[in-house]
Design a protein. Structure first.
Length: 272
């Protein structure tokens, strides 16, 4: 699994709900500390600390907080509950020619549930798209690829070593999964590249991704300009955000790659 330092949804790295503390709403009343039976919440040197390793997600602190300063990411659902939620928008799907997009984090983290959910959605006749990092076994991909209508799959770097250093991902595995989809389901795949400052925003790296797409027969590449909108989540999780001083990237800087893509036989979109 990837751990990207620019991630907009770092709370999804855990398969369990994660405690989030919004210091802007906190009045230091101490009710959360009294409610926690596991000693996960303590006042240390005048600062509230939240030990998420001790937290057992009983949610008593959340219930006691009068200012909504404490919350937990994520909820548990059954497959049937998710299908019921998805079906509420059937009229919208028919009008927009859309469907259900499964996202994360990485949805393959919960593969058994993912497989069951996709099968259930397809039985209802719903179009199913999957947002994914591509970093999982090829066997899992083969098992589910037939039922997926569209893969929105990230390729963050073509240099496997640099990708591993930044995210922990197996870059070769990601590219092998791209090749498999391009060989067997070329009409089902859109390559997406989040363009990140000081990591892959240089011309050489972006061109290498476009070349990879052209060589493997991928018809569309979406360049996704960096944004810092996930910063607040990192802070609420008690973690430092590595891109705290970076501003939203200007889309216009990526527009020249639209023409370059045309010359390579690829449709390039900026922003997806």
């Amino acid at each position: 699994m990837l751990h990207c330092p620019w991630c907009s949804n770092p709370e999804t790295w855990s398969s369990s709900p994660v405690l989030l503390h919004d210091a802007k709403k906190c009045t230091s009343c101490g009710l959360c500390e009294k409610a926690c039976a596991n000693g996960a919440i303590r006042l240390v040197n005048g600062q509230w600390t939240y030990d998420r390793h001790k937290c057992r997600v009983c949610r008593r602190c959340e219930a006691e907080c009068l200012n909504d300063a404490i919350s937990f990411s994520g909820n548990d659902y059954t497959v049937s509950e998710l299908v019921t939620i998805a079906k509420k928008d059937l009229d919208f799907y028919e009008e927009s020619q859309g469907g259900v997009t499964l996202s994360g984090g990485e949805v393959f983290m919960q593969f058994e549930g993912l497989r069951e959910l996709v099968h259930a959605l397809k039985k209802e006749g719903l179009h199913v798209a999957l947002e994914t990092t591509g970093c999982y076994s090829n066997e899992k991909l083969k098992e589910i690829a037939d039922e997926i209508d569209l893969f929105l799959m990230d390729l963050k770097h073509t240099d496997a070593e640099k990708l591993y250093e930044a995210t922990g991902a197996d870059g070769q595995l990601v590219m092998d999964n791209f090749r498999y989809l391009a060989d067997h389901y070329p009409e089902k795949i859109i390559l997406r590249m989040p363009v990140i400052p000081r990591f892959n925003d240089d011309e050489e790296t972006i061109l290498s991704v476009l070349d990879f797409a052209a060589q493997t027969g991928i018809a569309e590449v979406d360049l996704l300009p960096f944004h810092p909108l996930g910063k607040s989540k990192w802070i609420q999780m008690g973690r430092r955000y590595a891109y705290e001083n970076d501003k939203m990237m200007d889309k216009e800087n990526l527009y020249p790659y639209i023409q370059i893509g045309k010359e390579k036989g690829i449709q390039v979109k900026v922003g997806g």
